[in-house]
Design a protein around this ligand. Structure first.
Ligand code: LFR
Length: 480
């Protein structure tokens, strides 16, 4: 029947999952076979990822997956593990929310001015870009001993196969790639004293990435050979590949811990205006550019829920829907919200400092967060169109935020555009489709998207009017 099975490993900041996608010429379905928590650990030296725990979760998932034709891995971006000369991992990978990059940007910009850095790499300023992390690590004993750097999905892939590579979409988040040549930005690396020899050779989505090692087959009960295929290993690259757009005039918002909002382009926008607006040019599938802005996303809510002792989310959202709209908003793009801890207080302080009513109950804080996110979505979608000179008639929301109907509706209202929400597991679907294409499924990106529109459950939200109120709220924030 021509149906093949692919295991998609998709690691998010708070959980990892292994899904099995079955793909035929006209069918696509996805089953979750294993989900496990991803809990960052704070040790005296800082915030770290438990990467061995994640690898164990991957193996458990592959065991559950059963017979598959290939495996693909995607995860959050920018973070990495270092290997010594024997290929052994040196310490636990540092979490991108760790404070080690505080104040590092100024050092970097003293060597390469921010404007030049943007022109060469197209990446928005974010303190956690690998470039700043490596500058922070400069001179450390660990980096001194390192002979290889592998980004998180590439590290797990190495453990599964014994083969090393650097997948391009994720490499583009290091800020060491030139988005025009889609190759290393040698000049930037040289001026910052970053050794590009640490990186394994680049590979592209769809490239072969080895086969499961005999020990892995034994541990998972799989029968070899099982190929590992490079996918858009940056989760956002996989998610954008799975935006079920049926034309070209669309904007997207990948929601989850982050909201990544913008456009898909065929060339980067490297203007000074674009830099000032903090838009990034990450690399996508098939020569595309993910022109987007990072917005704090549901992290704001996750952190509050954690502070409140994990109340029922459904009830909280219902209560938030009844709170009057747009009473107070915060800048959901502000890096001040990056670090964990004290989130309800930090949000209250931001409201107080900007002279707005201070949200008090969990329902009020939740409403403030959702209004603020919708407003940030509006601004990103609007700015992206203006800066790229392209317009959108529809906004696609994919990822975890699709479960939040209030957020989807508010985003439609704020943008003044219809929102199509779904699929929820976009990253896993993009991961599966790239594997399928590498193993015989015909079609380009548009073809993959048509398959998604035919097979996935999508929900449409129409804007309810009142865009002036959102405009006013935006002006209020800009003044504050
Ligand atoms: C989303 C994401 C974003 C990236 C952030 C940090 O999961 O990959 O695209 O900016 O995590 O890596």
């Amino acid at each position: 029947t021509g149906v093949k099975s692919y295991a998609a490993v998709d690691l998010g900041a708070s959980s990892g999952r292994v899904m099995v996608g079955r793909v035929g010429p006209d069918s696509l379905d996805l089953t979750e076979v294993h989900r496990f928590p991803n809990r960052p650990v704070r040790v005296p030296e800082g915030l770290r990822w438990d990467v061995l725990g994640l690898y164990a979760g991957v193996l458990d998932g592959l065991r559950e997956a059963g017979r598959v034709d290939s495996v693909g891995i995607d995860s959050w971006a920018v973070d990495y593990g270092l290997l010594d000369a024997d290929g052994a991992l040196l310490g636990n990978p540092v979490h991108y929310r760790d404070g080690r990059t505080d104040g590092v940007a100024e050092k970097v910009w003293a060597a390469v001015p921010a404007g030049e850095l943007y022109a060469a790499t197209g990446l928005q300023y974010a303190p956690f870009n690998t470039l700043y992390q490596l500058t922070a690590a400069h001179g450390s004993a660990q980096l001194g001993q390192a002979r290889r750097l592998l980004l998180i999905p590439d590290l797990l892939s190495y453990w599964l196969t014994g083969e090393q590579g650097t997948e391009l979409t994720n490499a583009s988040t290091t800020q060491l790639i030139d988005p025009r040549t889609r190759d290393w930005a040698h000049g930037v690396a040289e001026r910052l004293g970053i050794d590009l020899g640490l990186f394994a050779p680049l590979r592209r989505p769809g490239d072969p990435a080895g086969v499961l090692r005999p020990e892995v087959l034994e541990e998972t009960g799989l029968t070899g050979p099982v190929p590992v295929t490079a996918v858009g290993s940056h989760d956002t690259a996989s998610a954008v590949a799975a935006v079920p757009a049926d034309g070209e005039r669309f904007a997207y918002i990948c929601t989850g811990t982050w909201s990544l909002a913008g456009l898909e382009l065929d060339a980067p926008v490297l203007t000074e205006e674009s830099r000032a607006a903090n838009f990034t040019n990450e690399l996508g599938l098939d020569g595309t550019v993910r022109y987007l802005r990072n917005i704090m996303g549901l992290w704001l809510l996750q952190e509050c829920v954690r502070a409140w002792g994990e109340p029922d989310l459904g009830a909280l959202l219902l209560a938030a829907a009844r709170v009057p709209a747009l009473r107070s908003v915060v800048d959901a793009g502000d890096a001040a919200f990056l670090a964990p801890g004290r989130m309800p207080e930090r949000i209250a302080e931001a409201c107080r400092d900007s002279g707005q009513p201070v949200p008090d109950s969990p329902a009020e804080v939740t409403r403030c967060i959702l209004d603020s996110l919708a407003l940030a979505h509006r601004k990103a979608v609007e700015d992206a169109q203006r800066l790229a000179g392209r317009s959108a008639d529809v906004v696609h929301i994919v990822g975890g935020g699709t479960r939040n109907a209030l957020l989807c509706q508010l985003t439609a209202d704020a943008c003044g555009l219809p929102v199509v929400s779904g699929p929820t597991e976009a990253a896993a679907l993009g991961n599966v489709l790239v594997q399928a294409r590498a193993h015989g499924l015909a079609g380009d990106l548009a073809g993959m998207r048509r398959l998604l529109t035919r097979t996935q459950l999508l929900t449409r939200y129409e804007p309810r009017g009142g865009t002036q109120r959102w405009q006013a709220a935006q002006a209020r924030l800009a003044r504050g």
